[in-house]
Design a protein around this ligand. Structure first.
Ligand code: GDP
Ligand code: MG
Length: 156
C-alpha cells in the first residue's frame, strides 16, 4: 500500500483486514516503516503491507519513510497505489508513478475518498497517471472495496 501522505492508505489497510489496527491520523507521517497485516478475501490469504507517505527528494526522517515504502514496493506481488480523488493527481503522485514504473511491478490505481457518486466521477481524470483504470473507492465508508479486493487478487 503506497502513496503520498494522507491519501488514506492506513484506512484502506484497516478496511481490507476488517479491523482498526493500522494507525489512521489526520497528520501525515505517522506510519514510519513497513507494517504487515494478515488478510483474507474469498478464502485466499495474503499479507497487506502498510507504508508511510512516499515523498520525492525527501530528507532525514521523511527520506527513511520513503525508502521503506520503496522496499515494500520491491517486495510486493502487487502494488496498491492510493491517490486522493478529491484532490486529483498531484506532482508528487506523478513522481511516485515514475518510481513505480522503475519497479516493473503490477500496480492497481486506487482512487480513494470517492465518498459519493459525484466525487466518483472525478476518478476518470486519474487515467492521466497512465496506470490504467482507476478504482474509485471510499476506504472510510467501504464503498467499492469488494470490487477492489477482487481486482487485487486477480492481479496476483
Ligand atoms: P495515510 O496517511 O495515507 O495512511 O492516510 P490515513 O488512512 O491515515 O487517512 C488520512 C485521513 O484521510 C484521515 O483523516 C482519514 O479518516 C481520511 N480518509 C481516509 N480514507 C477516506 C475516505 O475514503 N474518505 C474520506 N472522506 N476520508 C478518508
Ligand atoms: Mg498511514
Amino acid at each position: 500500500m503506497v502513496g503520498r501522505p494522507n491519501v488514506g492508505k492506513s484506512t484502506l489497510v484497516n478496511r481490507i483486514i476488517g479491523r482498526r489496527q493500522a494507525v489512521v491520523e489526520d497528520k501525515p507521517g505517522v506510519t514510519r516503516d513497513r507494517v504487515p497485516y494478515d488478510a483474507q478475501w474469498n478464502g485466499r490469504r495474503f499479507t497487506v503491507v502498510d507504508t508511510g507517505g512516499w515523498e520525492p527528494d525527501a530528507k532525514d526522517r521523511a527520506a527513511a519513510i520513503a525508502a521503506q515504502a520503496e522496499i515494500a514496493v520491491q517486495t510486493a506481488d502487487v502494488v496498491i497505489f492510493v491517490v486522493d480523488t478529491m484532490v486529483g493527481a498531484t506532482d508528487v503522485d506523478e513522481k511516485a508513478v515514475k518510481m513505480l514504473r522503475r519497479s516493473h511491478k503490477p500496480v492497481i490505481l486506487v482512487a480513494n475518498k470517492a465518498d459519493n457518486q459525484a466525487i466518483e466521477h472525478e476518478a476518470v481524470a486519474l487515467w492521466s497517471l497512465g496506470l490504467g483504470e482507476p478504482f474509485p473507492i471510499s476506504a472510510l465508508h467501504g464503498r467499492g472495496s469488494g470490487d477492489l479486493l477482487d481486482a487485487i487478487l486477480a492481479a496476483v
